[in-house]
Design a protein around this ligand. Structure first.
Ligand code: 13P
Length: 321
């Protein structure tokens, strides 16, 4: 078969799968919730797409009984914690987050013992058990606000050291104890990659996710969450942008800004876990109602409080452990 025919078949196959998903969604009263790093074809079928914070809110707001979460495990888990009456499905059960796996409950308990007066802020990229052990959660779009809202001077920030270090630079009045965790995808982006991309695209702006290394963040014109990147690209007068985060972002950035150019500083910015979800797996998930993500009631209740404190942070100015 020629490459052209193969491509045509692939497009027809994907259209067929999308039709199946539309039909199944109606029959099941399901909503497809999609993170910005997902494959283009998954973003195309989204009822809602966004950053981690927006997805947590969307999961609460939707009237659907079933949530098909196209993202990674901790995202579906947060949706399940906040919506215990809804069925939350993760189409590929192996879609995990290596960063979330870089901390365990015993090691966090040990750290809490060492710093008994510190408040624990956990990045949403963490397990339900870690959330249950923490005082408040945060995402990359509200981490600064969350940390500022805490009365304690000392804060144990887990598990992302790069986000924690960035927050420390923005909130110098706090004493932030960092955890040795990182996102392997963002870590692949080096200072040299950015310098080279800036040379190749003179006049462009470099937007970076706070999970990037500090040397990379130093070169950024703007640092923000994935949702913040859409906002910034829309508002900026620049015509070209270098995007310092996972490549899935290019889909919506290009769609929303047809008159602007977007590029990745390196092709290595691919999160293998995010790319596990395909249209075929979404069909399978809706047909067989798999893989349900559930949290035990004891863990759920404490993790829910941690997430809800984060959601209320703009209304509630102070939290004391
Ligand atoms: P956002 O909250 O910015 O979408 O980031 C999620 C994430 O997992 C980054 O690696």
């Amino acid at each position: 078969m020629s490459a052209k025919n193969h491509k045509k078949d692939d497009i027809l196959y994907k259209e067929e799968l999308k039709r199946k998903i539309t039909k199944l969604k109606k029959e099941r009263n399901a909503a497809i919730i999609v993170h910005n790093y997902q494959r283009d074809e998954i973003q195309e079928i989204a009822d809602f797409s966004g950053d981690s914070l927006a997805l947590a809110r969307a999961a609460i707001d939707t009237k659907a009984e079933i949530l098909v979460f196209c993202g990674v495990h901790f995202m579906a888990e947060s949706a399940s914690i906040l919506n215990p009456d809804k069925k939350v499905l993760l189409p590929v059960k192996e879609a995990g987050c290596p960063l979330a796996d870089m901390i365990t409950v015993p090691s966090l308990r040990q750290k809490k013992k060492e710093f008994p007066r510190a408040a624990v802020v956990c990045y949403v990229n963490s397990s339900a058990e870690i959330k249950a052990e923490s005082d408040i959660s945060c995402t990359s779009s509200n981490a600064i606000e969350v940390v500022k809202s805490i009365k304690n001077k000392r804060i144990i920030f887990v598990p992302d050291k790069n986000l924690g270090r960035y927050v420390q630079s923005q909130v110098p009045e706090k004493d932030i104890i960092l955890w040795e965790g990182y996102c392997p995808t963002h870590l692949r982006l080096t200072e040299e990659d950015v310098v080279k991309a800036k040379k190749n695209f003179p006049g462009s702006e470099f937007i970076a996710h706070p999970e990037c290394r500090p040397e990379v963040l130093k070169l950024a014109d703007h640092i923000c969450s994935t949702a913040g990147m859409f906002k910034y690209a829309r508002a900026s007068k620049a015509k070209e942008f270098i995007i310092g985060t996972e490549g899935g972002m290019l889909y919506k950035l290009k769609k929303e800004n047809p008159d602007k150019k977007f590029c990745l500083p390196t092709p290595r910015l691919v999160c293998a876990n995010m790319k596990l979800t395909t249209l075929g797996w979404v069909v399978h998930s809706l047909e067989s109602l798999v893989y349900e993500v559930k949290v035990s009631p004891q863990i759920r209740e404490r993790a829910r409080q941690t997430l809800e404190r984060m959601l209320r942070v703009t209304e509630k100015p102070a939290l004391k452990r």
